[in-house]
Design a binder for this molecule. Structure first.
Ligand code: NDP
Ligand code: HEM
Length: 488
């Protein structure tokens, strides 16, 4: 007799005797409504898709391990940054930004570098990119910016005019435009590129001292980029080139690694530093705040189910843990809202109960209950996830009442200033774009100019002229060469 485990069943577990032929009234007859297995199969198929991410729709997910090589307790109480040699499970999702789920991996686009640490005090996510900066310094502009990166609402085509028009009117994008148009704008794969937390976050220690911090992930595979010509060919031959590269590397035991580094600024320095340290269009020059190596990230395990683990992973900058906090960075502040909100819509209210999203190294204990698809336990550790019978209110006087541990309270942050909408007045949009241009070797400068002009030449004359003015403000040679190549 066949073992039950091998039966094909319907969702209620009942054996299905025939999955090849619908139940019909007679050999040629119409299909009967009573064929509930057929109905279930068709109905489930209709519901196989969830909305793709509004940005970063195409991605590759991998589990890994973070090993701490420098004890950071001087700066933070964060569990994963304490005790040399400690290993913390991680999950990372790499992505491109502007394309849809089926788009090609080898596009010129920033790459997402969304990293989760499953720490003993909860999940800590650093949802960064392969660029240390971004196009904007205020989240209120993000929807408009992304509209210019995605398809034109009328033609449904990518729209260089909209893209450059937006950049011409928002010169704060100049630094990141230079990064994007440089050789590193098309990484050869996800292994051979750096990652950056990009934003300024905070660390705080057991003395209540706060430090501002930037995270850097330096690839140990060496940087490798594609020329536009190589990328154009690869996009046609293999739109999934980065996914394929990662699957092959992990299958071969060729585990990719990154050196994890931080820049640390004492809290008070932010008031006097000549750069606004919370401006996401800027880096902190290494000469001012040198990189400190704290550990290694290794990727070593592919997910078993792409949809369950990669499509449904809910990475969010608001997933912070004791010892790591946010900062006044306006972009980060917008993101602290945006991700969990997007995930409630994209995945559903109880998305944090899914195995990839629930804490793995600690238990989630709270009073949130019920909602669509409420389960009871995280399969990793039996975390209470909203379905069990313990009290759903706090405080309560039961023996199992949850404690609010004041030892994990974040130190207070002093704020002052008048509530207003501050424009970009007196912000420097150009100096660091020029710094980057000037460190590029001559052959890369030449490719940068060609790439910019190839795209910019598809726009109107007034946009081209404004952009030339911006490039000139970054660096006179930069602007002059673009002007000349455009024939202005
Ligand atoms: P440094 O000379 O100390 O650092 C230069 C940085 O530029 C290095 O991190 C290096 O990264 C990176 N870099 C080198 N070649 C390229 C390239 N072809 N394309 C893009 N990045 C490259 O100078 P500063 O710290 O003063 O920074 C100068 C400029 O470097 C900045 O304006 C910024 O554009 C860029 N940069 C700075 C970073 C920072 O955190 N300070 C981080 C990344 C870029 P690597 O070691 O991986 O080659
Ligand atoms: C994904 C919003 C800026 C990196 C997303 C998603 C949203 C979003 C809604 C989809 C989330 C999901 O459905 O799971 C925003 C807003 C921003 C902003 C409002 C500005 C205010 C940035 C910046 C970075 C970044 C500055 C990098 C430094 C990412 C990454 C993902 C992502 C890596 C993909 C996460 C994953 O792999 O699941 N963003 N974003 N975003 N964003 Fe942003």
């Amino acid at each position: 007799m066949t073992k039950q485990a091998n039966y094909l069943t319907s969702q209620n577990g009942a054996p299905v005797a025939d999955d090849q032929n619908s139940m019909t009234a007679g050999e040629r007859g119409p299909v009967l409504l009573q064929d509930f297995h057929l109905l279930e199969k068709l109905a489930h198929f209709n519901r196989e898709r969830i909305p793709e991410r509004v940005v970063h729709a195409k991605g590759t997910g991998v589990y890994g391990t973070f090993t701490l090589t420098k004890d950071m307790s001087e700066y933070t109480i964060a569990d994963h940054f304490n005790e040399v040699g400690k290993q913390t499970e991680t999950f990372i999702r790499f992505s491109t930004v502007g394309g849809e789920m089926g788009s090609a991996d080898a596009e010129r686009d920033p790459r997402g570098f969304g990293l989760r640490f499953y720490t003993a005090r909860g999940n800590h996510d650093i949802v960064g990119n392969n660029t240390p900066t971004f196009f904007l310094r205020d989240g209120i502009k993000f929807p408009d910016f992304i509209h210019t990166q995605k398809r034109n609402p009328q033609t449904n085509l990518k729209d260089p005019q909209a893209m450059w028009d937006f950049w011409a009117l928002n010169p704060e994008a100049m630094h990141q435009v230079t990064v994007l148009m440089s050789d590193r704008g098309i990484p050869a794969n996800y292994r051979q590129m750096n990652g950056y937390g990009s934003h300024t976050y905070s660390l705080w220690n057991d003395k209540g001292e706060r430090f501002w911090v930037k995270f850097h992930f330096k690839t140990k595979q060496g940087i490798a980029n594609l020329t536009p010509e190589q990328a154009d060919i690869l996009k046609g031959i293999d739109p999934d080139s980065s996914q394929r590269d990662m699957v092959a590397a992990i299958a071969d035991g060729n585990f990719p690694r990154w050196a994890v580094k931080v820049q640390i600024m004492p809290e008070a320095d932010a008031n006097t530093y000549h750069i606004n340290p919370f401006d996401l269009t800027k880096v902190w020059p290494h000469a001012d705040y040198p990189l400190i190596e704290i550990g290694e990230l290794e990727l070593n395990r592919m997910p078993e189910n792409y949809f369950a683990e990669v499509e449904q992973v809910a990475l969010a900058p608001s997933n912070l843990v004791p010892g790591v906090g946010a900062s006044p960075d306006k972009m980060l502040q917008a993101r602290l809202f945006a991700y969990a909100d997007a995930q409630r819509y994209r995945i559903g209210t109880n998305y944090n109960q899914l195995p990839v999203n629930c804490p793995h190294a600690t238990k989630a204990n709270h009073h949130q209950r019920a909602g669509a698809m409420a389960g009871t336990q995280c399969p990793y550790n039996g975390s209470q996830t909203g379905g069990d019978a313990s009290p759903n209110y706090g405080p309560n006087s039961t023996e199992s009442a949850l404690v609010e541990p004041s030892t994990f309270a974040e130190p207070p942050l002093r704020l002052d200033g008048e509530a207003d909408r501050y424009s970009r007045y007196n912000q420097d949009d150009f100096a660091q774009a020029g710094n980057l241009y000037r460190i590029l070797p001559e052959d890369e400068k030449a490719r940068l100019i060609t790439t910019i002009c190839g795209s910019l030449s598809e726009t109107t004359m007034d946009v081209q002229q404004t952009m030339v003015e911006h490039f000139t403000k970054a660096d006179a040679d930069y602007g002059q060469r673009i002007k000349q190549t455009l024939g202005l």
